[in-house]
Design a protein around this ligand. Structure first.
Ligand code: CO8
Length: 258
């Protein structure tokens, strides 16, 4: 692939958007390659993904402004749809995805980070939705996910002003879970991914599904979703092993994803 790298390290897969000359801007090729990379993830081996950007300056600087600048209306909508499909795939991907944000996360960059389950960033990271200054709205899910993550008031302030915020403010408003020095970012992401990967995979997947699906429902319906996914864990090898280990006061030998 031209712009997306993929590496599997044990039970963790690392996806790197690598288009450094354009600060990892998302053009159609990057979006397509991300899609293909997700198709290629070996889900029977990989239990957690990390998404990051190449270089030390930028995670993803947004959608490619050059490519968008000449688009007619219909093509603009098609481009938005393409991005949204990939971002939604990340959001609903069966295994957790951690965004390791190593610099600029602007426009589509902030939006792709928000489609991940967990966000951690380096202290040089910068977040923002500058679209209104370009004459467009956030079109890769930003109006929806930002409001859900940081609340409508803060989301509207960020989107209407187009003002960028630094890592410490992103942490304060709950846009990221943790901030660290640039050199510690990938080790921290890998450590978190390894911790997730050690847990029972079916339980982790079902937890992701329950949280995602439940958030779109009222509490009565959400609880039913939780009950079903909770019930699905029973009679699995991993549930038997996890509970037997507790009862026998020993460590789990291994969760086998079955
Ligand atoms: N698209 C394409 N190329 C970009 C982008 C971008 N978003 N951002 C930077 N680049 C390119 C620059 O053109 C430059 O290329 P070249 O060297 O060939 O001139 C290279 O990356 C380096 O950039 P700078 O020289 O500008 O680097 P600086 O360190 O001076 O500035 C900034 C870094 C502040 C990040 C600056 O590059 C910037 O402001 N970039 C634009 C950020 C932005 O506005 N992002 C939002 C884009 S819109 C969007 O994401 C909409 C998503 C929804 C789309 C819906 C579909 C229709």
């Amino acid at each position: 692939m031209e712009y997306v790298l993929y590496e599997q390290k044990g039970m963790v897969g690392i996806i790197t958007i690598s288009r450094e000359k354009a600060l990892n801007a998302l053009n159609s090729v990057v979006l397509e390659e991300l899609n293909q990379t997700l198709n290629a993830v070996n889900q029977s081996e990989v239990r957690c993904l990390i998404l990051t950007g190449a270089g030390e300056k930028s995670f993803v600087v947004g959608a490619d402004i050059g490519e968008m600048s000449t688009l007619p209306k219909v093509a603009g909508e098609v481009f938005s749809k393409k991005g949204n499909e990939v971002f939604r795939r990340i959001e609903t991907f069966p295994i957790p995805v951690i965004a390791a944000i190593n610099g600029f996360a602007l426009g589509g960059g902030c939006e792709i980070a928000m489609s991940c389950d967990i966000r951690i960033c380096s202290d040089n990271a910068v977040f923002g939705q500058p679209e209104v200054g370009l004459g467009i709205t956030p079109g890769f899910g930003g109006t929806q996910r930002l409001a859900r993550l940081v609340g409508p008031g803060m989301a509207k302030q960020m989107i209407f002003t187009g003002r960028n915020i630094k890592a410490d403010e992103a942490f304060r408003i709950g846009l990221v879970n943790a901030v660290c020095a640039p050199g510690e970012l990938l080790p921290l992401a890998e450590k978190m991914a390894a911790t997730i990967a050690k847990n029972a995979p079916i339980a982790v997947r079902n937890s992701k599904k329950a949280i995602n699906e439940g958030l779109d429902l009222d509490m009565d319906a959400a609880i039913v979703v939780e009950e079903k996914l909770f019930g699905d864990c029973f009679e699995t090898y991993d549930q038997a092993e996890g509970m037997a280990a507790f009862m026998e006061k020993r460590k789990v030998e291994a969760f086998l994803n079955k």
